[in-house]
Write a protein that binds this ligand. Sequence first.
Ligand code: AMP
Ligand code: GLY
Length: 431
Amino acid sequence: MRVLVVGSGAREHALAWRLARDPTVAAVLAAPGNPGLAEIGTTFAVKADDVAGLVALARAERVDLMVVGPEAPLALGLADACAAAGVPVFGPTRAAARIEASKTFAKDLLARYDIPTARFALCHAPAEALAAVRRFGAPVVVKADGLAAGKGAIVATTLAEAEQAIDDLMVRRIFGDAGAQVVVEEYLEGEEVGLTVVSDGERHVALPVTQDHKRIGEGDTGPNTGGMGAYAPVSFVSPAEAEDLVASISAPTLRALAHEGLPYRGVLYSNVMLTRDGPYVLEHNCRFGDPETQALMPLVEGSLAVALAAAADGNLRGTDLRVAPGAAFCVVMAAPGYPGTPEAGQAIGGIDAARGIPGCLVFHAGTARRDGRLVSAGGRVLSVVGVGPALAAARDLAYRGVAAIDFPGAQFRRDLGRASLVGPPRHRVVT
Ligand code: AMP
Ligand code: GLY
């Protein structure tokens, strides 16, 4: 198989790395890719949101499967365009991708099918949203309906902050039309985990439960980021509890989509809050998590390419995809200034030294080659992953890798994985 990976982050590098290890894969191509992806296969200067360009590239390169990393092209209809052109694609249609691209669509679906989610109000005008936040009381969460690069959910600790969020989203439109409608929702307290399932529209295969770390600062302080690190599996969710979570959150969502005439072929990655009253969906995503994927790919056994192609084709039956024993732990190294304006152009060394540590992997995100030298070129720059028999060993390998990398001023968190390594959590997994 010739597989084209769409995207340019560490998530895509990890997917490509894993696909390239698959004996059925003859070549991995990437668009637009990054210097890490260029180590694995040819990269093409076609942007991830250039739907027509990607379809043309897939045809010209006789691609057997396109694997889409980010949500934006799916929301623009990349999977539909591939289907029309006869290009097999792993990723949901535009209509099914609304499970992530439209919070109002997602919340309405969850409510109608009794899938546990925070109480909410769909608001079409600022006055409606202001009334809703006053009714809910602080703390309260205000979410842009549309895609906002992961920044569209504002957790307001006071009513004044909630009112500011409504003004920013609906009146000032800081995320454009994504804020034309908002969801106001009850604040949930608990431990957040990620569920990842590969679905063919009818059947699904679950990957290990993950935990991400969204805040820039240690002790979960400071502004939200795209994710500062992730690990799998989560030790405070037992394998039986993980099955229950998938059965009460992922599976009914996939059935609901199928029932609505939107069979879902792709990855459903769900953020779930484990509260004292049980699990609640915070959001569903129509793609793999980033940085979750960097921790999941080393734990996947069997043929990933065959499984993704089978899911794309609507028939996962007989897949040999399964989960390896052990654990993986990803530490994100970010540029100084992130999540504000990152400083670019910083020389990066030591990647080979880190990769020389057995069980240590390094995936590229915001990097570039300038005059033959590797430099930083984005907010999240590298994902350093440790893979070991247990979580503590995986963590130690990841931090040894980080220590081997020479990247002046890099920001990374030293306290990742606390909830699993130290615990104990304050939630109930099952209702
Ligand atoms: P979302 O984009 O909906 O996943 O929200 C981004 C982040 O905001 C989540 O990962 C949570 O950390 C937080 N969040 C979202 N909704 C809630 C909620 N109802 N209660 C508490 N925190 C939330
Ligand atoms: N890890 C957060 C995300 O991919 O949305």
